[in-house]
Design a binder for this molecule. Sequence first.
Ligand code: C5P
Length: 236
Amino acid sequence: DPSGDLSGRRIVISAGGTREALDPVRFLGNRSSGKQGIALAKAAHAAGAAVELVAANIDTGLLTGLPAGITMTPVESTLELQSAMHSAQVWADAIIMAAAVADYRPAEATESKMKKSGDDGLTLRLVQNPDILRGLVDERSRQTSLRHQIIVGFAAETGDVATAALDYARAKFERKGVDLLVFNDVSGDRAFGHDETMVQIISSDRGEIVVGEEFHGSKDHVSQKVIAAVSDQFTH
Ligand code: C5P
């Protein structure tokens, strides 16, 4: 079994990209399609896990044909995603944060459609969003019942991990306090919306940071590698 054994495990996976409302018809968003997260959900399900997919703005076409046994919670904004993740956390043996989360949101969303006013352009004021992943790691350390929970983050970067991005990925692994960090090269035409991707899994072994081999291929293929690594964490 290429994806390891997750039978009896409960896995929560966030996928897609958040949208931050400006008004009832406009939002600030990102290019995440949700394909990676869906591939992870399928791989976890194939490995025997009960899966909850927290889906941020994923095209319905991508969601049709999901195996029964994957439950879906749709969310739109970062704050909605955060609350869905914290609700799901109490149930989860492992959490994978694959969603692309907006770091900032408009300071206020207007209730009616914004009007064009004058020729002076428009200045938007943004406020910082919470780091959901960080919050989940903090919550785990507060609750003894969550002590064995596995938490996985993603790091989408441009440039491969062998260059300066490696130091960045190491720093991010430590800063986030996760068990696994999936480094994901999103330069050029890789990743967003595409089927081919490259990942490297960063973990730690007795206090040493270990950067895994490069996995190239389809999002389904690399997802099996990520799920196998999650499965390994349970047996450590
Ligand atoms: O710091 P950076 O955004 O690169 O971290 C990426 C990881 O953190 C991803 O797993 C992403 O889902 C998560 N994240 C989050 N909340 C944010 C920003 C990122 O959970 N506000």
